[in-house]
Design a protein around this ligand. Structure first.
Ligand SMILES: Nc1ncnc2c1ncn2[C@@H]1O[C@H](COP(=O)(O)OP(=O)(O)O)[C@@H](O)[C@H]1O
Ligand SMILES: [Mg+2]
Length: 890
């Protein structure tokens, strides 16, 4: 084992040989060391430490490898030696001139490093003191003298011997070197101050060294660092460079220490804070006790008792509350249970058990408010007023009637809940708000959308951590009234799974026979919901669970026409947005063209929600301009709309014209929960045989009606004048892209059939024609639902002719007059009639009309037939090919 630094440390060294303490200390401490050297040189003894020239050293020196330590000139270092060859070396050296060459091994792991395992630069040292430890190892004190470079090795046995060459350092002079040395000392001092165990005396003596070279070596000797860095400091020739390298290392070390200290301080600060708070709390308790005050906990219980008094709860709830308060006051406040009970009591006392508003049952007043808040909607308003009137009578004549429990009709009537059904933005919520206003009640909403867990409605049991009452009670607590108008939105979006059935929980909420005693799982005690005026809303009736639907009085709101929207914008939306954006009434006006542009090209909706948003966006721009002093008022024209709102999002007519410009694409009318919509059924074909593929936003029903339509078209190919072997040579792909999600219904039947015929015959659909209707395999057209919404959508999207099943003729009564006047309606009973009215007859050269000249059984294509001429017959085939290739290109 190479010699290593004496691990037992300086202090132990001192103790280990007490009588030599002073001398040892003087050897190790650098300042004394220099004195010691001076003294020695004065006394001109034989000690080699006073020799100052290379002549004083022999050419060949025994070499002692060092492990993990570098000994520098002008420093004293305790070493320990254990390896027999090293012990032999030391013994012989001590018996002779005491000189030894100390060189660090490149790899500290090596047991006995050979010549090639050593650095090339080392230090000539004098062995000053030798102590034999009881375990046979040697402890020695060496003093570094001068730097040397290793020459040739002359012996490896019994220990290493090599030629040496003195390598004196390059000592610069001047201010800079002094400054560097001082800097190094300052840095080192800072470090020693951060290490409490570093002996103060030693630190003092190190920092009192003035000679730059000795400064570098002394500090490097005491500073913990990597062996590579230690060796580098030894090897660098220039003293300035040595110092710079050293300073870099010291700065880093200081930073590391500072960081460590900071971390430690923070940790300590945290502990102290906790201790302090604990201490203060204990003190406070003691003081409170002295003063005869109740402790915090008792005060809290007292507070709850007062609140229970004020809440005027029903007996059951009050009993429960008092019981819980008693439990609370007995528990230690640190108990986990304590918080649970406190939370529970908080809920109990803050529910509006007896807080409520006085009803205003004045029907004329209600009518005034409904009219004031909403444009149009006459039917809807009437229905609401009837509902309110009956309610009023029922309440006024309560005494005359039998108890609801005996009177079946009454009981059922009382259970009726209003339900507004319609697309978004048609005013469902705002009607509810108006009803609340009319009745002088507060208004609160909760959405049921996506609720799948009945606990959302009825709460979680108190045993769960973080459990809470359900949404009904949460809303009541928030609104602080036991009789608000309570709007339950999206009742059509309830879902259910293994977490129980939210619909049945909701029934308990809505059913007057049960809701006087509504028991929330969390609350446990009954809360009376019978005074709440529930209104539900939905986009579609279809998905409302049956038992719920049976209890509801359904009022449909189907959407607005363009002119209704303009009236709503002028009368309601614009004034509201003006107020919301702090504008004055005369500061902004919208021309009718502007509103029309927004409606047609920036929104595509049945309601007016986006219209209001867009108006709001324009108002904000104007408000900004006014605030910046750029303008005083703004008149919004169609041109300005485009400037403020960027490019139009929808261009219905353009889209319509573009998409129907080739055969196979046909606009159909669809009903969706968001109102009516126009969707384009596209058919295309490719070489193949009898393949049929349907893609897009379709469900099973639509898939089936697509197949039915195909079968119909195939079975009638001849009569329809279609090329009969088309199906044998081609695959057909039908696609139903979607903006909105159409309801999975069969009403696209006529559209699909028309699209197929259009594709195969090459006849395009006439401009601005839309259609809807279910078909049978034999080509009958059956009636469909949602006529009003579909017609509104057709109008909104720029269609001018609508083909409807004959049996839907009566449904047109619901469609606003204005629309009926501006559109053409064609009522049909068979697909043949549909094709007749919908498809163009091919009369130009590209005309597949010639198909018609093939024998036709059907009589449907009267108009088309009349336009055909036999001279076009020869072009038929070519035309068809064109048609197909066009389709393929798409
Ligand atoms: N007939 C109407 N008259 C005036 N404003 C209306 C009318 N219909 C809807 N609105 C306004 O349109 C906005 C959206 O209505 P909202 O009640 O939120 O729709 P819904 O609840 O049906 O989705 C509201 O600001 C509402 O006041
Ligand atoms: Mg709403």
């Amino acid at each position: 084992m190479p010699a290593s630094r004496w691990q037992t440390g300086l202090n132990e060294l001192l103790q280990w040989n007490e009588e030599e303490e002073n001398e040892l200390l003087s050897l190790i401490m650098p300042s004394m060391l220099s004195r010691f050297q001076k003294k020695d040189s004065n006394s001109s003894g034989s000690d080699p430490s006073q020799m100052s020239t290379s002549a004083k050293y022999p050419d060949v020196l025994p070499i002692l490898p060092l492990r993990g330590v570098v000994v520098y000139p002008q420093t004293a270092v305790p070493l320990t030696v254990g390896q027999p060859r090293s012990i032999k070396l030391v013994d012989e050296v001590v018996g002779g001139d005491k000189l030894v060459g100390l060189v660090a091994a490149t790899n500290p792991e090596l047991e006995s490093p050979g010549p090639n395992d050593l650095y090339r630069v080392g230090t000539i040292a004098v062995v000053h003191r030798l102590l034999r430890a009881p375990d046979g190892t040697l402890r020695l004190l060496v003093q570094g003298m001068d730097r040397f470079r290793l020459g040739e090795f002359v012996a490896e046995e019994p220990y290493l011997k090599a030629k040496i060459e003195l390598a004196p350092e390059l000592v610069e002079e001047g201010l800079q070197i002094d400054a560097l040395a001082r800097n190094a000392r300052d840095q080192f001092q800072q470090i020693t101050q951060m290490i409490p165990s570093f002996p103060e005396e030693l630190a003092g003596s190190i920092t009192s060294v003035e000679d730059p070279l000795q400064t570098a070596y002394t500090i490097a000797n005491f500073q913990r660092m990597d062996i590579k860095d230690s060796q580098e400091i030894l090897e660098i020739d220039s003293v300035a460079e040595k110092l710079k390298k050293l300073i870099g290392l010291l700065v880093r070390e200081a930073e590391v220490l500072q960081l460590g200290q900071k971390i430690q301080n923070e940790a300590r600060g945290e502990i102290e804070k906790v201790q302090r708070e604990y201490f203060l709390r204990e003190q406070m308790k003691a003081i409170q006790k002295e003063l005869g005050e109740k402790d915090e906990q008792a005060a809290e219980a007292e507070e709850f008792r007062k609140k229970i008094e004020e809440a005027k709860m029903p007996e059951e709830a009050e009993k429960q509350a008092r019981h819980e308060v008693e439990r609370l006051s007995r528990l230690p406040s640190a108990a986990a249970e304590y918080g649970v009970i406190r939370g529970y009591l908080d809920w109990l006392v803050s529910l509006p058990w007896s807080k409520g508003t006085e009803d205003n049952l004045d029907i004329a007043h209600a009518r005034g408010i409904l009219d004031k808040d909403h444009y149009g909607l006459q039917d809807v308003k009437e229905r609401i007023l009837e509902f309110l009137a009956i309610r009023k009578l029922r309440i006024e004549r309560k005494d005359e009637a039998k108890a609801p429990s005996e009177d079946k009709i009454r009981r059922e009537r009382e259970g009726v809940i209003l339900c507004f059904v319609g697309p978004p933005g048609v005013g469902k919520t705002s009607l509810g708000q108006s009803i609340a206003r009319a009745m002088g009640r507060k208004f609160v909403r909760a959405s049921l959308g996506g609720i799948r867990d009945e606990a959302e409605i009825r709460g979680h049991r108190r045993t769960y951590i973080g459990s809470m009452p359900g949404r009904i009670l949460q809303a009541l607590r928030r609104i602080e009234s036991r009789n608000p108008v309570f709007m339950l939105d999206e009742i059509d979006k309830l879902t259910f799974d293994f977490h129980g059935d939210p619909a049945s929980a909701l029934l308990e909420v809505l059913d007057p026979e049960q809701n006087t005693e509504f028991r929330d799982n969390y609350l446990e005690v009954a809360f009376d919901l019978s005074q709440v005026f529930f209104i539900t809303t939905a986009n579609t009736l279809e998905t409302i669970p049956g038992p719920l639907r049976d209890r509801m009085e359904i009022i449909f709101l189907s959407g607005y026409t363009e002119s209704e929207k303009i009236a709503i914008a002028n009368g309601y939306l614009i004034p509201r947005q003006i107020r919301e954006n702090s504008l004055r009434e005369n500061e902004i006006t919208f021309t009718e063209d502007a509103l029309r542009k927004i409606i047609r090209e920036y929104t595509r909706e049945s309601g007016v929600r986006n219209l209001e948003r867009k108006i709001g966006a324009v108002c904000r721009k104007v408000a900004t301009h006014i605030a910046e002093g750029e303008v005083e008022e703004a008149k919004i024209t169609a041109v300005l709309v485009e400037e403020y709102l960027d490019h139009p999002i929808f261009q219905a007519t353009e889209e319509l014209n573009q998409r129907t410009s080739m055969p196979g694409v046909v606009p159909g009318l669809a009903w969706t929960p968001y109102g009516g919509d126009v969707l384009f059924v596209e058919a295309t074909s490719m070489p193949g045989g009898k393949g049929f593929q349907v893609t897009g936003s379709i469900g099973n029903v639509m898939n089936e009606s697509a197949r039915a339509a195909l079968s119909f078209v195939r079975s009638r190919a001849k009569q329809l004048g279609l090329e009969t072997d088309f199906f044998n040579k081609s695959d057909i792909h039908l696609h139903i892209p979607s903006g909105a999600q159409p309801k999975d219904g069969p009403s696209a039947g006529v559209t699909i059939a028309t699209s197929l015929v259009s594709l195969i015959s090459g006849r395009k659909v006439k401009p601005h024609v839309g259609m809807t209707g279910e078909i049978t395999l034999r080509g009958q057209v059956l009636p469909i639902g949602g006529v009003k919404e579909k017609v509104l959508a057709a109008h909104r999207n720029g269609l001018r002719t609508v083909i409807l099943p004959k049996r839907n003729e009566n449904d047109l009564d619901d469609v606003p007059e204005e629309i009926k006047k501006s559109m053409k309606f064609i009522y049909v009973e068979t697909v043949d009639e549909v094709l007749d009215s919908a498809l163009e007859t091919n009369h130009r050269r590209s005309n597949p009309a010639d198909k018609r000249s093939t024998p036709r059984g059907g009589s449907a294509d009267k108009s088309a037939g009349s336009k055909q001429t036999s001279k076009k017959k020869p072009t038929t085939r070519k035309t068809k090919t064109n048609g197909k290739s066009t389709a393929r290109r798409r």
